[in-house]
Design a protein around this ligand. Structure first.
Ligand code: ADP
Ligand code: MG
Length: 397
């Protein structure tokens, strides 16, 4: 349940509304938007504000300019992409909180949309400087947070600003919380979580929190080799995080006590290097991976076994590719996971940028229930950690 006020709970008619969005999107070699998923995801909020004749002031970061102006991450290409998606002009200013910006804001007409410059050009953003937060707040009457992807950061535009304005969740933020919280609150059983990707350190918090929640935890990707090594198998030159070996061992033991199955691959695809030219073969995990070789995908038997569990689960959460899916030879495991998710008729939720890209390559987004627009924020939420950007919003009465 969302305990926070949303756009529906307040009157925005004709008001100046500052909307924090997460338009941190990839740009192509010409500097234009290469993937507009995160921009599209905010359209319901923007269309609602336009229909209410609100004066919409958008604020976002792009990249990591670290408090300095960096021309490579100015938001002009975002304004162009958003204009064409909305079918109306999006005004753009080159500053964030100056007197000139205030004047442009004060001249906005109902239904117009203005995009401010990259908020991370200001040193006060990442330090959550109250003076900068106050300057942001001075631009508007109401604050809306629709930046789920940044909700795990306590910055001036996500947290500080809420001290000075009525603050509510936008429709995207609400949708993210609604979908992700059903995983933590009342997931239909069997609930299966599929975790992969390259680093154990990114996923360990979710693994811990999920042990008491899921019926089955399926592990793959680079991070499963830390677990395999903890289980006593030889992993050759596969990617490993030594610092997490003890913890992995502990979690495998804890899972058996919690009656949660942790599944690890029985077979893996190995090669001497991560390259499309590399020679590769399938080996049994119990036979060990020889030195000089590394595991780069789950093997075909494992992919088959994992897929069947995924197809038959009532609730599935997936984050992290099963292998180096960017290279054809190591993509089978991830492809099969995507196809199994697509075939599942229950609740299927996907998080993570690379997982989203894989899903679009091997199946399609409309074959799953929900794809989160937040990588880090999605994982933090599923760890059970409160998100500062959400906590800071006004509570429902
Ligand atoms: P997401 O963005 O969905 O959260 P991650 O960023 O955690 O996923 O992981 C994706 C990356 O993990 C991909 O670039 C993929 O190539 C890499 N990866 C997956 N399996 C392996 C492996 N066995 N060895 C090395 N890298 C891997
Ligand atoms: Mg990633």
């Amino acid at each position: 349940m969302i305990r926070k006020k949303t756009l529906r709970d307040i009157d925005v008619k004709g008001k100046k509304v500052l909307v924090r969005v997460d338009y941190n999107v990839p740009l192509d070699s010409k500097g234009e938007v290469a993937d507009d998923t995160r921009i599209r995801a905010t359209l319901p909020t923007l269309r609602y504000l336009i229909s209410q004749e609100a004066k919409t002031i958008l604020i976002s970061h792009l990249g990591r300019p670290k408090g300095k102006i960096d021309p490579a991450v100015k938001l002009d290409p975002i304004a162009r992409a958003l204009s064409s998606l909305l079918g109306q002009e999006v005004k753009k200013v080159d500053k964030t909180v100056t007197e000139e910006v205030k004047e442009v804001v004060n001249n906005l007409k109902g239904g117009e949309v203005l995009l401010l410059e990259n908020v991370r050009f200001n040193p006060g953003e990442a330090t959550n400087d109250p003076n900068f937060a106050r300057q942001l707040a001075d631009l508007a009457d109401i604050y809306v947070n629709d930046a789920f992807g940044t909700a795990h950061r306590a910055h001036a535009s996500t947290v500080g600003v809420t001290a000075f304005l009525p603050s509510v969740a936008g429709f995207l933020l609400e949708e993210e919380l609604r979908n992700l919280s059903q995983l933590l609150e009342a997931p239909a059983a069997p609930f299966c979580a599929v975790l992969g990707g390259n680093k154990v350190s990114d996923k360990i918090g979710v693994i811990k929190n999920f042990l008491g929640l899921v019926d089955c935890l399926i592990l793959g990707g680079g991070m499963c080799f830390t677990f395999l090594k903890a289980g006593g198998f030889s992993i050759g030159d596969s990617i490993i995080q030594e610092d997490f070996l003890k913890e992995a061992e502990f979690l495998i033991e804890k899972a058996s006590k919690d009656k949660c199955r942790i599944l690890l691959p029985d077979d893996v695809v190995i090669a001497k290097e991560i390259s499309s030219e590399a020679e590769f073969k399938v080996v049994e995990v119990k036979d060990g991976i020889p030195n000089g070789w590394r595991g780069l995908d789950i093997g075909p038997r494992t992919a088959e076994k994992y897929s069947e569990i995924i197809r038959n689960a009532k609730t599935v959460f997936w984050n992290g590719p099963m292998g180096v899916f960017e290279i054809e030879a190591f993509s089978n495991g991830t492809r099969q996971i995507c196809q199994a998710l697509a075939a599942n008729q229950g609740v299927t939720i996907v998080g993570g940028g690379d997982s989203d890209a894989a899903l679009r390559r091997f199946a399609s987004k409309d074959q799953v229930t929900f794809v989160s627009t937040g990588g880090g924020a999605c994982l933090k939420f599923l760890e059970g950690t409160p998100l500062p950007g959400v906590e800071a919003l006004d509570n429902k009465e």
